[in-house]
Each structure stands twice: as C-alpha cells, then as structure tokens.
Design a protein around this ligand. Structure first.
Ligand SMILES: Cc1cc2nc3c(=O)[nH]c(=O)nc-3n(C[C@H](O)[C@H](O)[C@H](O)COP(=O)(O)O)c2cc1C
Length: 354
C-alpha cells in the first residue's frame, strides 16, 4: 500500500469535489508517488487500427485530469494509458456547485461539472512539460465550449491544437452536461461533425489516431443510424470509446440522488455500456479499435468488456472509491481471468464472446 492509498479513505470524508481538488493538488506535489512498472501484470495490448501499444490494458478515463496537471503521477501509478481533458478551446468555469455527488452504497458518482477546464492551451502546456517522463501513451479528449456558436468548429480547433502532442485524440460528443452536445451523435449532425473533423485532421502534418466517445443512452434506432454513418468513415477515424456517463437513474439509487441531474458513472452503468460495446462490435466488426469504459471496478468487469470486443478498458469511478491500488488489483484479476480461460494475451480474448 502506498501513501495515496492511505489518504484515500480520509478523502472520502470530504465533499466529492473538494476531495478531487485536494487529490490533484497532492499529486502535483508528488505526495505518495510510487513508481510502478506498468508492464508487470502481463496484460499488455495493441490496438490494431490506431497502432497504440499499451503496457497494460487499464487506462485512466477522461475527466480525472481535465487540465493535464498530473499525467506524470498517474503514469507512475501504473496506468496503461491516460486520457486528459475534456479540454475546450477557451477556459470555462463549468456549472454551479454542488455538481459532483457520491452514491456511496452503489460506489457510483453523479456529475454535472460541465467541462470545467482551463482551456486547451493551458492543458497542452502542462502535458508538454511532462510528456518525456510518461511511460504510457496519453490521449487528449476534446470538447466544445458551452457558449460556442458552432460546436463543430471547437472540435476542429481541438484537433489542430492537440495534434502535435497527443498519442491519440478523443472527440467527446457524449457528455450530458453541455446542452445540445449529445445531439452531435445523431445522423445529420454526426455526418457534418465527422466530415469537418476529417478535413481538419487531413491538414495536420502527422495526425494522431482519433477516437469518438459515445453515450450509453443511445436507443436502438439511434445506434442503427450511427452504425450506418460510422461504416462510411475511412481510415482517419480509428476507434470508439464506449462509453461516457448515463442520464439513467436506476430505482435502487437513493431518491435524493436520483433527482440530481448529470451523468451517472460506476457499477450502475456497467451493463448498459458493455451491451452497447457488444452491439457496436457485432455491427461494425473489426473496423474500429474499441475502448470499453463504464463501471469497471474489477478484473472480471474489464474482462467482460474485452470479451465483448474491447481492446482496452478505461475507468474513473473505481479510482475514486478504491484509490490507485485499483490499478494493481484490476490488472492482477484480469490476468487471472485470462489464465483461467487459457489466453496468453489480451488480444486473444478480444471479442471472444461474440
Ligand atoms: C467526475 C467525472 C468527470 C468526468 N468528466 C469527463 C470529461 O470531462 N470528459 C469525458 O469524456 N468524460 C468524463 N467523464 C466520464 C468518464 O470518462 C467515463 O466515461 C465514465 O465515468 C464511465 O466510467 P467509470 O464508470 O469508470 O467512471 C467524467 C466522469 C466523472 C465521474
């Protein structure tokens, strides 16, 4: 157990956002930093379309390190890859507080932060300072400013800005906390988004792989239309991240929390996000690299996503509840799951359930 794991229970006594702010501050000063070999668990994986090579299959999901302030610390904890952001072209404060809530019993979170961030320029400077010391790939997740008159131009800007530094870029059109943003997942708007982003991407000298991050709340008819649009995309779009948070409110959450607006994360969205992942893998075959995200709290959860088609997995909420020890535990358990089924590598198990 390292110092960060020891502090974790005390942090959980604080209001959720205060605990997060304190955690970022502590990590910036290097408090409790171990130096973990990210390849020790033998869960390395390669994403075939993007060419990303990960020392292990467990990555940090977007939203934890919005301004790329603690990439170095998070790579020291042993993550196989990191995703910074969401960053928007201009800084913005996000929604009014309180905007982050814990459902402790369910080990879940509801957030309506609303892309609070210091703007892409600050995040990119922060990342540039740390990049040489990172021992895993790092992606930058891009979004749109709440008051932007043209959301798509913010993504064009984000692609151009992040291209020189990011190992991959994620186009995030699935946050429920920016009004209108999720509409970009639907047919006409999605086509325009992808066409304009592809044009921006083609202007970049050596463009990084691009992923699209989706919502777990898509209905079957939306998925069918989405799949049709995705099938027309060429090589430029390498992968999908499935998924973001959900606006669903299962009955078993406390009534007071169910009434809070925002995105639900953690175990309550494990099933829906894994089902969407499987649906997309079934419909799209091997056209895209898939990253599974949503409710992963154990190696078995990660393994279920891999067998449903994911090449790698991301998590956020489990880190908030379990502390950084989760990275070791989940990787170990994942290795055990692979061994039990006779798989030598993660890649061998990808889509095994399909
Ligand atoms: C507090 C919080 C903030 C988040 N912020 C972002 C964000 O800025 N951009 C994004 O793409 N996803 C964001 N997410 C969603 C996560 O990246 C992830 O998709 C989701 O939480 C599901 O994974 P989990 O169940 O492991 O947390 C956020 C999640 C949480 C809990």
């Amino acid at each position: 157990m390292n110092a960060a794991d020891i502090f974790a229970p005390a942090l959980r006594l604080l209001p959720a956002e205060a605990a997060h702010t304190l955690t970022i501050a502590g990590l910036k000063f290097g408090i409790g930093l171990p130096k973990i070999d990210a390849s020790q668990w033998e869960t390395a994986t390669r994403l075939p379309k993007s060419g990303l090579v990960l020392p292990n299959a467990i990555g940090l999901a977007a939203g934890f390190d919005k301004n790329a302030e603690v990439c170095h610390a998070m790579s020291q904890f042993g993550f196989g890859f990191l995703e910074c952001g969401t960053v928007t072209p201009c800084p913005q404060p996000g929604n009014a507080k309180p905007r982050l809530f814990r459902a402790k019993k369910q080990r879940a979170i509801i957030n309506r932060l609303g892309f609070n961030n210091k703007g892409s320029e600050v995040a990119l400077c922060n990342l540039a300072r740390q990049k040489a010391e990172l021992n895993c790939p790092v992606g930058i997740n891009i979004g749109a400013n709440k008051t932007s008159p043209d959301f798509i131009s913010d993504y064009e800007h984000g692609l151009a800005a992040a291209a020189g530094l990011a190992d991959y870029i994620t186009i995030n059109v699935s946050s429920p906390n920016t009004p209108g943003l999720r509409d970009l997942q639907y047919q006409g708007a999605l086509t325009e988004l992808l066409n304009r982003c592809e044009t921006a991407w083609r202007k970049i000298l050596s463009p990084p792989p691009v992923f699209l991050k989706l919502s777990p709340d898509l209905r079957q008819e939306d998925i069918d239309l989405l799949v049709n649009v995705l099938k027309t995309q060429g090589q430029w779009l390498c992968g999908l991240i499935v998924s973001n948070t959900s606006i669903a409110r299962p009955d078993y959450l406390p009534a007071k929390l169910r009434a809070e607006s925002g995105g639900l994360s953690g175990p309550p969205i494990l099933a829906s996000s894994t089902i969407l992942l499987r649906t997309l893998r079934t419909a799209l075959g091997e056209q895209f690299d898939l990253i599974g995200c949503g409710g992963v709290a154990s190696g078995a959860d990660a393994y279920a996503k891999i067998k449903a088609g994911a090449h790698a997995v991301q998590l956020y909420t489990a880190l908030a509840y379990q502390g950084p020890g989760a990275i070791d535990a989940i990787n170990r358990q994942l290795r055990d799951c692979l061994d039990a089924d006779g798989y030598k590598t993660v890649s061998e198990a990808v889509a095994a359930d399909i």
